[in-house]
Design a protein around this ligand. Sequence first.
Ligand SMILES: [Zn+2]
Length: 138
Amino acid sequence: MTENSNDYSAFTEDDWKAKLSPEEFYVLRQAGTEPAGVGEYTNTTTEGIYRCRACGAELFRSTEKFDAHCGWPAFFSPLAGDAIIEREDRSHGMVRTEVLCANCESHLGHVFAGEGFDTPTDLRYCINSISMTLDERK
Ligand SMILES: [Zn+2]
């Protein structure tokens, strides 16, 4: 691996383990879920851009974050449609849509549609705090 490489497809499991904390590795690379209500950004209203904690790619903006009272940060749309990948997730006996970073394919969370939230998209991108870092706008 060369330093500053953006080609995360070449990252091995050991590369990720070296780069991430055990908690980050569990969520980002093993599609884990942080417990509800404990994430550092659950109730954050600070303005800024949320980036992928694994690779730094811009994912969501604070102006599209809303309070879904679900215990995790919720956004009604991603920063750009191509910032994320959505794919079907049939784990845990449910059919859900998994949300991954398009740049490094790390797990971010899930997206739920049609729940009746009063937002422009009626989508809820339910994202683990530990999958993101907030780039504050001052
Ligand atoms: Zn990423």
